[in-house]
Design a protein around this ligand. Structure first.
Ligand SMILES: *[C@@H]1O[C@H](CO)[C@@H](O)[C@H](O)[C@H]1NC(C)=O
Ligand SMILES: *[C@@H]1O[C@H](CO)[C@@H](O)[C@H](O)[C@H]1NC(C)=O
Ligand SMILES: *[C@@H]1O[C@H](CO)[C@@H](O)[C@H](O)[C@H]1NC(C)=O
Ligand SMILES: *[C@@H]1O[C@H](CO)[C@@H](O)[C@H](O)[C@H]1NC(C)=O
Ligand SMILES: *[C@@H]1O[C@H](CO)[C@@H](O)[C@H](O)[C@H]1NC(C)=O
Ligand SMILES: *[C@@H]1O[C@H](CO)[C@@H](O)[C@H](O)[C@H]1NC(C)=O
Ligand SMILES: *[C@@H]1O[C@H](CO)[C@@H](O)[C@H](O)[C@H]1NC(C)=O
Ligand SMILES: *[C@@H]1O[C@H](CO)[C@@H](O)[C@H](O)[C@H]1NC(C)=O
Ligand SMILES: *[C@@H]1O[C@H](CO)[C@@H](O)[C@H](O)[C@H]1NC(C)=O
Ligand SMILES: *[C@@H]1O[C@H](CO)[C@@H](O)[C@H](O)[C@H]1NC(C)=O
Length: 217
């Protein structure tokens, strides 16, 4: 009788300690923190960065277009953003090519280029895809310094404060770059591109012709 109780107790203790370990939020650098495979059509398309923790010097209006090039090996990422945390004028374009490794789960170092000019390399892991509309991830602004890590939330467009909070609630028990109810919003509302590109398509038909005639004279 006694030995059965001992076995049950030992088993219960083992289970409790296993759960403690699993429950501990993991750092981005932990090998056990696996990235989603980036070669996934669910990740392709247009994403807005809506939240980051800590904000650091993240720029406003951060958006990304992601797609596989026709070689089936290169992931193309085109980004645009404004020049500061507060400016709504999204006038900086960057692009990066990532050479995909089949089924990689380690994340990638990504170097964006502004024209010919390489920007500092960042390291990125993608952690969770939520309802096809949000992605959580973590990274380092300096891949050689794990103290520069941050967590981020991307949205495919239909985001809301409630949705962002739900996504953060799902992430913080697992990943230490997310904190309960603590993240900065990346401003997306009111962002605009160059006024020429922005306003021309909106002026249509007769009005456009009239404006052209006025300008020509
Ligand atoms: C995460 O990193 C911090 C700072 O280096 C460290 O104190 C903490 O123990 C790490 N957490 C885990 C789960 O490894
Ligand atoms: C950084 O790396 C060191 C050494 O691998 C580790 O002890 C520490 O927990 C890591 N810190 C973070 C925040 O990941
Ligand atoms: C990124 O921009 C380049 C050059 O304009 C284009 O060829 C490529 O298809 C774009 N990638 C995506 C994912 O939109
Ligand atoms: C890329 O993959 C598509 C579909 O999987 C296939 O039709 C195409 O031939 C592949 N292209 C190359 C260059 O391997
Ligand atoms: C990405 O690769 C494409 C196709 O090879 C090339 O046209 C483009 O310039 C590359 N972009 C960058 C940022 O390296
Ligand atoms: C990416 O996925 C496509 C389509 O499934 C496949 O053809 C290609 O080989 C994959 N590329 C890598 C580097 O795994
Ligand atoms: C990213 O770069 C860092 C520093 O250069 C390197 O230690 C690390 O292995 C690289 N990670 C990957 C997945 O290539
Ligand atoms: C994802 O979908 C489930 C089921 O519809 C819903 O309960 C949950 O709130 C959604 N999560 C987010 C972040 O929208
Ligand atoms: C998250 O924070 C809220 C208060 O802001 C608190 O009520 C809740 O218990 C916290 N959740 C966890 C899992 O710590
Ligand atoms: C983020 O935006 C939401 C909704 O607009 C707001 O409730 C929340 O306080 C903001 N958070 C921060 C850190 O600014």
């Amino acid at each position: 009788m006694m030995w059965k109780i001992v076995i049950v107790l030992v088993a219960a203790l083992a289970l409790a300690s296993a759960q403690d370990q699993a429950a501990l939020p993991q750092n981005c650098s932990a090998p056990g923190v696996e990235s989603i495979d980036w070669n996934n059509t669910a990740l392709f398309g247009h994403w807005l960065e809506v939240a980051r923790n800590p904000l650091g010097n993240a720029k406003a209006c951060l958006s990304f277009s992601v797609g596989l090039l026709s070689d089936n090996t290169t992931l193309s990422i085109n980004a645009s953003h404004s020049s500061s945390t507060t400016s709504l004028y999204s006038n900086i374009d960057e692009s990066a090519n990532v050479t995909l490794v089949p089924q990689a789960k380690t994340g990638y170092n990504v170097t964006f280029y502004q024209g010919q000019s390489a920007q500092p390399t960042v390291f990125i892991k993608l952690l969770q895809l939520v309802n096809s509309t949000y992605i959580t991830g973590c990274g380092y602004t300096d891949p050689q310094n794990n103290a520069t890590s941050f967590g981020f939330i991307l949205s495919s467009g239909n985001y809301s404060p409630t949705g962002i909070k739900l996504v953060n609630d799902q992430a913080f028990p697992l990943y230490s770059n997310f904190q309960n109810n603590t993240y900065a919003n990346i401003t997306q509302a009111g962002c605009y591109k160059s006024s020429a590109a922005q306003s021309l398509p909106m002026i249509s038909g007769f009005l456009a012709v009239a404006l052209l005639l006025i300008k020509a004279h």
